[in-house]
Each structure stands twice: as structure tokens, then as C-alpha cells.
Design a protein around this ligand. Structure first.
Ligand SMILES: Cc1cc2nc3c(=O)[nH]c(=O)nc-3n(C[C@H](O)[C@H](O)[C@H](O)COP(=O)(O)OP(=O)(O)OC[C@H]3O[C@@H](n4cnc5c(N)ncnc54)[C@H](O)[C@@H]3O)c2cc1C
Length: 310
């Protein structure tokens, strides 16, 4: 069977694309590793999605998924590992060795947390080291933990952990944290949280679980140690685009170049929306808007294909 459209990703962009495309009576498959994407990982409430003054990422994800599942759309929980062009169609290969074919594709695979790339990181993933405080935070009840990073995500992670952990260190590479004033004010009032600036993480150590981090105090030019039982990584994200190489152009940050308005890439019939593309202002609402526009563009592309064949 050849689908009209395959959507890759079940975050805000992919889900909205699915809802819009299904209302055009297209034959659609949505493949995703999970639902909600970064929205589901949000540590504090979302307060800028219209219609919901304050809602948790988990609850908004449930509402999005429920809305999607009301549509006539096939859904596969899987990871796309490769996208290829075969004739005028696209072939999608997945981690569980499935192969799917479609006339058009919307890539909405968003972004993954950026890794630390220090010794010990890989060894301790799931053994005290986490990229998702909403998923793993509750495991650190009454423990001493470190949050790596000094932006809003890092501060929100520390605020979330302040209700669970005994002590929280925020390790910021620069001389000052970059989180906005509101988050800085909240953190200042939470005595459990200590900010260490000018800290360049060098290594993570432990036995079965993390028990020590080693960092360079860039100001004092000294190597220092910190005993912690958990580490949360919040140093930004990187676009999840490895499976699409060869079919699209990237900018220097590995974001997919698209034509704005249609969200088509350099390959006709291949669209990219949300955090994977070069667009600025990466937010839930903008990802949804792009998902809607790309679904309608894909519909236009498929109509043209049909007309050419008749
Ligand atoms: C900590 C944090 C807080 C945030 N707070 C806010 C906020 O308050 N308000 C706001 O508007 N925005 C916020 N954002 C930004 C917002 O979450 C993102 O802009 C938005 O989620 C992007 O949506 P997306 O669908 O493009 O990508 P994502 O949300 O990244 O979703 C991508 C989806 O694709 C799937 N996927 C990835 N690779 C593959 C693959 N190879 N195969 C199959 N599936 C794949 C993933 O599992 C995921 O479901 C926040 C982001 C973070 C990290």
C-alpha cells in the first residue's frame, strides 16, 4: 500500500499536520517515537498556549493525542532511521525494520536534548544521568543533584526538582546564568538551589550510579569536584534530522532549509515543520501553525500530482 502522506513525529507540529491532513481525506500514516515531544518534557506549566492559561505539558500532550486519534489516520510507534526517494515516491525505513511508502512526507521530528559529550555521560544514562526531569525527577527524592546549563530550561528543571530533591546545584558555563528574570527571581528565593557559574563540566564518575562530577572553575582556573547522586542535562537541543540527509539542505545548526509558506524542502513533496527547520521562534504554537500549513501544502502538491497523471 502506498500512503498519500507520511508524517514523521508526534509532537505539536506532527499532530497538527495529522489533524489537518486527515480533514482533506488523505490516506495518512503518522510514525513517532512518542507523543508530545518537547512539550511532554516541560517541567513547569505551559502558560502561553491560547485557551489554556496554565496547563502541564503532560496534560496538553494528552489533549493533542486524543484529538489526533479521533481522526482517520494510521499511527505507528516506531523510530524512522532512513528516508529515501524511490521514483516519484518516498520510502521510509524504521528501527523495527518496517518499510512504508508514500507520495509525500512531512518531517516533524523536532529536536533532541544536546548531549554533554564528556567522559562518563554515556555510561551513566539511566544511572543517575537524565535528559528529562519530568520523566525521571521523582526518582531523586531527598537526593543531591546537579543541573547542567543556565538557561530557562535549566532553571525550570531546578525549580521542579526543588519540590523533590534535598539540594540542587545549577552549573553554568558562563559568568552569568542566561535564564530570564522571572526564573532567576524564583530560584533566588529557593534556598536549596545553589548556582555555580564559570563551571565547565569535565567528567562524570560513579560506580553503578553517578556519585561525582568534575568541573573546571574557569575563573579560578582550578579543577573542582562535586558529590551528586543525579545529573540533569539542560544545555539546549539539536534537530533530529539524521534520517533525512541527502534529500534536504541544512544550515550550520543542522536545521532543514525550507521555503516559508509551503514548508517544502529542496525535494518536491518533502516538507519540514516545527523545530527541525530553520525557522526562528521555536514554540508550541508556531510548530502547530507550521504543521497546519504544511498539511495544506502537501494536499496541494498531491492534487497537482493527480492532475498531471490525468
Ligand atoms: C524544556 C522546554 C520548555 C519549553 N517550554 C515551552 C513553553 O512554555 N511554551 C512553548 O510554546 N514552547 C515551549 N518549548 C518549545 C516547544 O516545546 C517546541 O518548540 C515544540 O515542542 C516543537 O514541536 P515539534 O513538533 O516541532 O517538535 P518536538 O516537540 O521535538 O516533537 C518531535 C516529535 O518527533 C518524534 N521523533 C523524533 N525523531 C523521530 C524519528 N526519527 N522517528 C520518529 N519520530 C521521531 C519525537 O518522539 C517527538 O514526538 C519548550 C521546550 C523545552 C525543551
Amino acid at each position: 500500500m502506498i500512503y498519500d502522506l507520511i508524517i514523521i513525529g508526534g509532537g505539536p507540529a506532527g499532530i497538527t499536520a495529522g489533524i489537518y491532513a486527515s480533514r482533506r481525506k488523505l490516506n495518512i500514516l503518522l510514525i513517532t517515537k512518542g507523543f508530545g515531544g518537547q512539550m511532554a518534557r516541560k517541567a513547569v506549566s505551559i502558560e502561553n498556549y491560547p485557551g489554556f492559561e496554565e496547563i502541564s505539558g503532560a496534560e496538553l500532550t494528552q489533549k493533542f493525542e486524543k484529538h489526533l486519534r479521533k481522526q482517520k489516520i494510521d499511527i505507528e510507534r516506531d523510530e524512522v532511521v532512513k528516508l529515501k526517494k524511490v521514483g516519484s515516491n518516498f520510502l521510509v525505513l524504521t528501527q523495527s525494520k518496517n518499510r512504508f511508502e508514500a507520495k509525500a512526507i512531512i518531517v516533524a521530528s523536532g529536536a533532541d536534548p544536546r548531549p554533554l559529550e564528556v567522559p562518563g555521560e554515556k555510561k551513566f544514562i539511566g544511572r543517575g544521568l537524565s535528559y528529562c526531569v519530568v520523566c525521571d525527577g521523582p526518582l531523586f527524592s531527598n537526593k543531591t543533584v546537579a543541573v547542567i546549563g543556565g538557561g530557562n530550561s535549566a532553571f525550570e528543571t531546578a525549580i521542579f526538582l526543588s519540590k523533590i530533591a534535598k539540594k540542587i546545584y545549577i552549573l553554568e558555563y558562563g559568568a552569568e546564568a542566561k535564564a530570564d528574570e522571572e526564573n532567576q527571581e524564583i530560584v533566588k528565593k529557593l534556598k536549596k538551589i545553589e548556582i555555580i557559574t564559570d563551571a565547565a563540566l569535565k567528567e562524570i564518575q560513579g560506580d553503578k550510579f553517578v556519585n561525582l562530577i568534575i568541573y573546571q572553575d574557569r575563573k579560578a582556573k582550578k579543577t573542582k569536584k562535586l558529590k551528586v547522586e543525579g545529573i540533569f542535562v539542560e544545555i539546549g537541543s539539536q534537530p533530529a534530522t539524521s534520517f533525512v540527509k541527502g534529500l534536504v539542505d541544512f544550515n550550520e545548526r543542522d536545521e532543514i532549509k525550507v521555503e516559508f509558506e509551503t514548508y517544502q524542502t529542496k525535494t518536491p513533496g518533502l516538507f519540514a515543520v516545527g523545530d527541525v527547520n530553520v525557522g526562528q521562534y521555536k514554540q508550541i504554537i508556531t510548530a502547530c501553525g507550521e504543521g497546519a500549513k504544511a498539511a495544506l501544502s502537501a494536499y496541494g502538491y498531491l492534487q497537482k500530482l493527480r492532475n498531471q497523471k490525468n
